[in-house]
Design a protein around this ligand. Structure first.
Ligand SMILES: Cc1ncc(COP(=O)(O)O)c(C=O)c1O
Length: 442
């Protein structure tokens, strides 16, 4: 742990370097949120709220947890679906690692503040354990997009072979296959998911109908980007395995939102972006490759060890110089989760989601695109308002109410709930939305 003075001296430069606090904004930030910088730089983090407080007054527990975050008072962030906001212990681990690494004095003289050529087991091991994988089956990449491209690009498919997927995939999930289609003539078949689906069987039947004797790969999201649907990935992977198909699960949103165990999911490949729901620093991703299929996958980026089969999935994280400090933050995010309890976090996310859904559904014109049952939902709520100018609303909410949201179509909102929200804040959002819906031109 750095001395407070050293930390204070270094924070301006380091935080500016990390893009956290542009130096000239420090004073303005302090004025708007007194004590925030103190919390960020003081040698001790505020303690986590106690178990006793959780048992006695759970809402006070969550309110106190809010001290772990750097949001300014009065600002409400509801777009965790794009990226989350790191808690203080994560920021601290990240910044301290930058300060340490930039001194360039590693005792191991082959060590530099980059990773990209190493195996970095100290970062891979906790991440692998967190998702129930073996360390050798994990490659730490820079985001879900990169992991998805590694899989699509790295599998040998012939012209006419087919990939079966859905109409709710993110461009980072779908487009790597469309590239392969254009380049090599494979087929990409997207089944249209009901909005919302009524049962798991309904989804499995649609996939069954879309499957042909040319199908080789099934690719689905764990939590879809468009409607927040939690897909029955276990059932889908078991079904695909019976037919001898490879399975790729895009879990960009799932790690941190839901308890994810890749062995229980039973997929061949799983990717995620821990900078979303796990609240890790921006620019870290994971790619799980089940060991039994590891040798099927070519790497996409070739440098040292590109073809070293002995290091298993480790050969897929050989991509040149980058920033190891992000991974120090990733491990701190995992420790933060373990300290709070992943089940408790998931329950809170779902509890806030259910509350928001209930309130939003009563607004005039609201069409819920998120599914009804808990088995289909997590922390993303999709609601459509026919005729809404979503971009206008988005801008208005920020300018007038300092509320930040996003959507996934010109009329559909995608709202995320996470541990840094309170019921009162969700009420504030719904009231502001209601107000806008009644007088959109004002
Ligand atoms: C389902 C899904 N997959 C992949 C991605 C891409 O994530 P990233 O930009 O972190 O690579 C996103 C981003 O929102 C997503 O929603």
């Amino acid at each position: 742990m750095l001395e407070r003075r050293t930390f204070l001296q270094a924070i301006g430069a380091a935080a500016a370097l990390a893009g956290l606090v542009p130096g000239r904004e420090l004073a303005a930030w302090e004025a708007a949120a007194p004590g925030l910088i103190e919390r960020l730089v003081c040698a001790k983090d505020p303690p986590l709220p106690s178990e006793e407080l959780f048992r006695r007054r759970p809402e006070s527990y969550w309110a106190e947890l809010r001290r772990q975050f750097v949001f300014r008072p009065g600002f409400l962030y509801l777009n965790n679906g794009t990226v989350g906001s790191c808690p203080l212990p994560v920021l601290r681990a990240f910044i301290e690692s930058i300060l340490h690494e930039e001194q360039m004095e590693n005792e191991d003289t082959e060590q530099y503040p980059l990773w990209g050529y190493g195996l970095w087991d100290q970062y891979r091991r906790p991440m692998a354990e967190f998702i129930g994988a073996r360390m050798e089956e994990l490659a730490l990449v820079r985001n879900a997009t990169e992991g998805l491209n590694y899989v699509a690009n790295g599998l040998d498919l012939r012209a006419g072979d087919e990939v079966l997927t859905t109409d709710e995939e993110h461009p980072s999930g779908l487009n790597p296959w469309l590239l392969k289609q254009k380049r090599y003539g494979i087929g990409v078949k997207q089944v249209t998911l009901p909005k919302p689906p009524q049962s798991k069987e309904q989804i499995l039947n649609l996939l069954e109908e879309g499957c042909t004797e040319r199908t080789r790969v099934v690719m689905v999201s764990h939590v879809t980007t468009t409607t927040g649907l939690v897909m029955p990935v276990r059932e889908i992977c078991a079904w695909a395995r019976e037919r001898g198909l490879l399975t790729l699960v895009d879990g960009a949103h799932a790690v941190g939102m839901l308890g994810v165990n890749v062995k229980e999911v039973g997929c061949d490949f799983y990717v995620s972006s821990p900078h979303k729901w796990l609240l890790a620093p921006k620019g870290c991703g994971l790619l799980y490759v089940r060991d039994e299929v590891c040798d099927l996958l070519w790497t996409t980026i070739a440098t040292g060890e590109w073809d070293n089969r002995d290091i298993r999935a480790g050969r897929l994280q050989q991509f040149g110089s980058t920033n190891a400090s992000i991974l120090a933050g990733l491990v701190a995010a995992i420790r933060f989760w373990q300290a709070l309890g992943p089940e408790r976090i998931e329950r809170r996310i779902r509890q806030l989601h259910a509350y928001l859904k209930e309130r939003v559904a009563r607004l005039p014109g609201a069409e819920l695109h998120s599914a009804a049952g808990e088995e289909f939902t997590g922390g993303i709520l999709a609601v459509n308002f026919p005729g809404l100018e979503r971009m206008k609303l988005q801008q208005r909410l920020y300018e007038k109410h300092r509320i930040r949201i996003r959507g996934t179509s010109p009329t559909r909102l995608r709202l995320s709930t996470h541990i840094y929200h309170s019921f009162a804040e969700l009420d504030r959002f719904v009231d502001a939305l209601d107000d806008y819906l009644q007088t959109p031109a004002v």
